[in-house]
Structures are given as C-alpha cells and as structure tokens.
Design a protein around this ligand. Structure first.
Ligand code: OXD
Ligand code: MN
Length: 590
C-alpha cells in the first residue's frame, strides 16, 4: 500500500509497475523493523550472508554476478533531447529512441519479483538544499544499501509533500532483469529528472542516489539553478587554536579520496592539536552562501568505499567505520570465523576461505581473493572522525578547493592557482597516469577534468563555462590548489610518503587560503618554498622537498601540447578564457 497521497508519486509508481509487472509492490518506510525483516528475507534467499555477530555485528556479505563488478561507462548514457547538450565525452541516444528500447527490456522484468519503492533524500531532508527522489528496485540488496547511503522512508515523503513543488522528485527505476551485459543500460534523462538502470546489480550502477543522481543529474540541475555538484571529498582541518577550516578536493578514482577525507595527522601534528574531521568522501554540493563564501554539503549518508588496500596504516578510520552495520560486496569470506578479508588488509590471508566469486580459495596459488573493486557500504556517522557539521543543513564554508591526480614527473607536490579562472584551468587539465597495477600501457595520461569526466550530466564545455560563471558570483571565493602525492624517483618509487603526512601539505594550503603562509610565483602558479612546508619528525630532506616542488619546463611544454589536443574535443564550447589561460601557460614556459 502506498505511503503517500502525493498524486505525482503514486501515478508514476503505478505507471512503472504496470510496465515491469511485479507480483507485489512494497513501500519502504525507513523503519529498522522493516529493514530487519528485509535483511532476514535476503539472508534466507542467499542474496546476502550474515557475518559473525560478535566480531562484525550487523554486517553482511554480498557477491555480485561475476560479469557485474564495476560501473560501466560504455553503457552509461546522458539522454538529453539534443546531442550537443550531452557533449563529446558522454554516450548519447535520442530519449524517444532510448525510452522505446528500454521499455521493451523493462516489460515484465519484475514478474515473480517484488518492487520496492524507496523514497530517498540527498542531504538531510529538512535541509533547504535537499533533493528528493524515489528509487524503484527489485533488489533487497539495493534497498539495504540505499538505507545506508541516503536518508529514506516516510520522513522523506513528508518533506517532499511540504516542499515548494511536491511533484518535483527524481524518478529512479532499477531492475536487475537477467544481469545481461549486452543489455545493461545506465541511463540519465536530465530534462525529465529520470534515471533508468537495468541488467546490473553493482552499486555504482544501481544505487541511483549516488553517481546517477547526486552527480550526473545534480550537475545538470546545478547548472540551471546556479550551484555545483562535484566529485569531491569535504574535510575540516582543526588547528591548535581550535579553528576548523574546510576544504573540498577532487581526485580521479584510485587516488585516495576516502583516505584523505579521514586522514590521521602525523604524531607531531597530533601533539600540537591538529585534527581532521570528515564531512564527506565522494560528493560535494556547493552553493554561494549569504556571507559570500562557497558552502558545501555532502549529499550522502554513507561511504561506498573500495575495500582492497584499506588497512590500519592507509585508513584506520575507514576500517573502524566498517566494523558494524556494514554491507561488504565481493570480498573474501573467511570460513573459520565467518568474517571477511581483502588484499592489503593485513599480511594474514585466511587459509579456509572463499574468494569473491564464492570459490574455495587459498592465497598461496597467487590469485587474488577479493575483487579489486570490492566495497564496503558503511554509515558515515560511524566514522570516528566524522565532523560535527556532517548533517549541518547549510553545510560548511569552503576555504580551498583542491584538485589532484597521479603524475610521476610533471605536477609538483602542490601549487596554487593565481585566481579563480586560473583555478578552473588547473581543474580542467586534471589528469592521471595509468600505473602498472592496471592492464594496458603504463604512464598513459588520462585527462579527467575536475574528476568529473564520467559524471558530468551535460556538455563538458558548458560545464567549464558554468565553473567560470560561478566564480563571478562568489564574492569571497575559495583559493584553488593542485596536489600530486605520486611523484616517483628514477627507480619508480614514490618520493613523498603520503597518507597522514599529506597533512603537511594541507596545512600549507589552508594557511595560504587564510593569508598566513608564503609562496613564490612560478610558471604554472604559486608554489611554496620548501621551507614553507614543515618536515618536522619526517624522514624527508629539504632537498627532496625542493625536488618535489620543482617544475620541469620541458615536461610542461609537452603537457601543454596534450592540453591542446584534449581541448580540441570541445570545439566552440571551450570557453575563450581557458584558451587564454593555456596561452599564458605557454608564454610562462617559453
Ligand atoms: C567512483 C566511486 O567510482 O566513488 O568514483 O565509486
Ligand atoms: Mn567516486
């Protein structure tokens, strides 16, 4: 039975049910009672497995189909009415054609199954910035994940009904169908505020509040409404005076966003009173506040983090966060004590275990046990360093925006843009080099502007223009920086120790944002002098730091050529301002 009198919601749910034809429609009210019943049902069917109640209370393990383990960018579409509105970096199909194609796939897809109706809100529903949605799904796993990642249930329906336009909600439809790769589609219809996802059961493709809504659709809404949806972590850095200063940072995947968001300061900094508070690890919605600063909220309620590599050194806070009430996906199952394991957790892989596929597994044969993209879904509120402002309806004021990538030689440890427009340029040229860890050539530069390439719901050229326009409307804008933790020496070894030591760089960044630290102007922007970054209690010499901060003009001239090639994609939509910034860079390098 419906939980609302909202006519627009009910009419749409009925329409989708008449297409997908589930045996039953169940509305999710958000109560622990109902979620518990669903957990029990899902355990009984074998969809999830309950883990050791003493060691991992409230935790479950799920295995996806082996052909369904990651986001599928080649099957992700932005179906705006005009192709040019999706731009050269998104897959596109005419929405009329796409709806027709998908209707055939959804036709009767839920026969013999239950359709769950999940009312969800991105950010706390009582926030003036909240956006509401309904996800329809035939997967209990999706319901349980959405219950962690977003705010769900009756509370959301009440806020939607009390909102300016109760018919304004995101319409998300998900059906597992046959998990058929050839017919897998993750489709955003920005003009309809709708998302249709079919033939997948993997998180990023089916937790529609996350990438599909909070980035792709929200970036489109933000452009129309004068705000920004970005692929950014948000953290607060508390200094010894007790002042907390907030930064937001964008990195492509596999560059340590979750680790940075929950960083534990080095001992010497801890003793002085430095602390890091996590507001979010993946997505930031940014708006200009009444005080003329840029304010950020984390629209999500949980972390959907990559498990492998998470350990007591790289991210103790994440590890502690996922010790209870967590859903693990595609990790190793330790049969001895009904717990879990993944590569990089510790040096003791279980002997009696199943790998992510559910096969008997022993690490001694050299195979991996957990899928490299295996995940934990955990409530953010459980993070030991969660910020007191995590649920603040107005968010937190941002003093610095940070971009970064994985560059072996080019980018220095840190530099600051000269102003907002130059900062937009710095974000637009963001790139990462492929590593030996992934298949394919090593050291290939992949451009990923603002880490939004797979997540921008409209033409990236228009996205750059939106960034430049936003700059004109922020009286007191954050300063913009770029970092690179990944420079390597002649043996290919990382020079900078990274992890907690990154705080030394963050400290310079926020002090700089507040006019408390020095810098020198170089060809690519403002750089710290080596003396400006503290090396106290760290086994890195001043000369090494100088090397990390050096800018090799020959490499950068090559870089400029690559930027020209990349920019050519955007044709007339590339803002003139960015071309000018590129010319300035070239002049500075001459
Ligand atoms: C990603 C993620 O792929 O956050 O960026 O899962
Ligand atoms: Mn992400």
């Amino acid at each position: 039975m419906s939980l609302t009198n909202n006519k627009a919601v009910n009419a749409w749910v009925e329409e989708m049910a008449s297409m997908t034809r589930p045996d039953e429609v169940v509305w999710i009210d958000g109560s622990e009672e109902q979620l518990n019943a669903l957990r029990a049902q899902s355990v009984a069917s074998g969809e999830i497995l309950e883990l050791n109640r003493e060691k991992l209370p409230g935790c479950y393990l799920h295995r996806t189909a082996v052909n369904d383990v990651a986001r599928v960018e080649h099957r992700t579409f932005i179906c705006s009415r005009k192709q040019e509105d999706a731009g050269p970096t998104n897959n596109w199909m005419d929405p009329v054609e796409m709806y027709a194609k998908l209707r055939k796939l959804y036709d009767g897809a839920m026969k013999g199954r239950t359709m769950y109706v999940i009312p969800f809100s991105m950010t706390v529903p009582e926030s003036p910035f909240a956006k509401f949605g309904i996800e329809l799904t035939d997967s209990i796993y999706v319901v349980l994940n959405m219950a962690i990642m977003t705010r769900i249930g009756v509370r959301v329906l009440k806020c939607l009904d009390a909102s300016k336009d109760p018919s304004d909600f995101t319409k998300g439809l998900h059906a597992k169908a046959g998990i058929d790769e050839e017919n897998r589609y993750i489709v955003q219809f920005p003009e309809d505020n709708a998302i249709w996802s079919i033939n997948s059961g993997y998180g990023g493709n089916v937790l529609l509040g996350k990438k599909c809504f909070a980035l792709r659709i929200a970036s489109y809404l933000g452009r129309n409404e004068g705000w920004m949806a970005e692929h950014m972590l948000i953290l607060g850095l508390e200094n010894p005076k007790g002042e907390v200063r907030y930064v937001a940072a964008a990195f492509p995947s596999a560059c340590g966003k979750t680790n940075l968001a929950m960083l534990i300061p080095p001992e010497v900094y801890k003793k002085k009173g430095y602390k890091v508070w996590c507001v979010g690890d993946d997505i930031a919605w940014l708006r200009v506040g009444p005080d003329g600063r840029l304010w950020a909220v984390n629209p999500e309620a949980g972390f959907f983090g990559v498990a492998p590599g998470t350990n007591m050194k790289s991210n103790p806070n994440a590890l502690q966060t996922c010790q209870k009430n967590t859903i693990f996906t595609n990790v190793v199952h330790n049969l001895d004590d009904n717990t879990i394991w993944w590569e990089g957790l510790d040096k003791n892989p279980p002997k009696n275990a199943l790998n992510w596929k559910g096969e008997k597994w022993d690490s001694s044969d050299g195979s991996v046990g957990a899928h490299p993209n295996s995940r934990f879904t955990a409530p953010a509120a459980q993070c030991p360093c969660i910020s007191s402002e995590f649920e603040a309806p107005q968010g937190v004021p941002i003093s610095a925006l940070i971009f970064g990538g994985r560059r072996a030689k080019t980018a220095p440890l840190v530099y600051q843009s000269r102003d907002w427009d130059h900062g937009v340029f710095v974000g637009s040229i963001m790139a990462s080099e492929t590593t030996a860890a992934a298949a394919g050539a090593v050291g290939v530069v992949r451009r990923d502007p603002m880490a939004m390439l797979p997540f921008c719901g409209y033409h990236m050229g228009d996205y750059f223009t939106h960034w430049l326009e936003m700059g004109k409307n922020i009286p007191n804008p954050p300063k913009i920086f770029n970092v690179n933790w990944f420079r390597t020496d002649e043996n290919g070894k990382f020079i900078w120790p990274g992890y907690g030591e990154n705080l030394r760089v963050l400290d310079w960044i926020v002090r700089r944002a507040f006019g408390e630290a020095d810098a020198v102007e170089g060809p690519i922007g403002w750089l710290p002098r080596a003396e400006d970054i503290s090396l106290e209690d760290l086994d890195v010499s001043l000369d090494t730091l100088k090397n990390l901060l050096s800018v090799d003009k020959t490499l950068w001239r090559e870089e400029a050529k690559g930027i020209h090639e990349f920019y050519a994609k955007f044709g007339d939509k590339l803002p003139a301002k960015l071309k000018e910034e590129l010319s300035t860079l070239e002049k500075n390098l001459a």
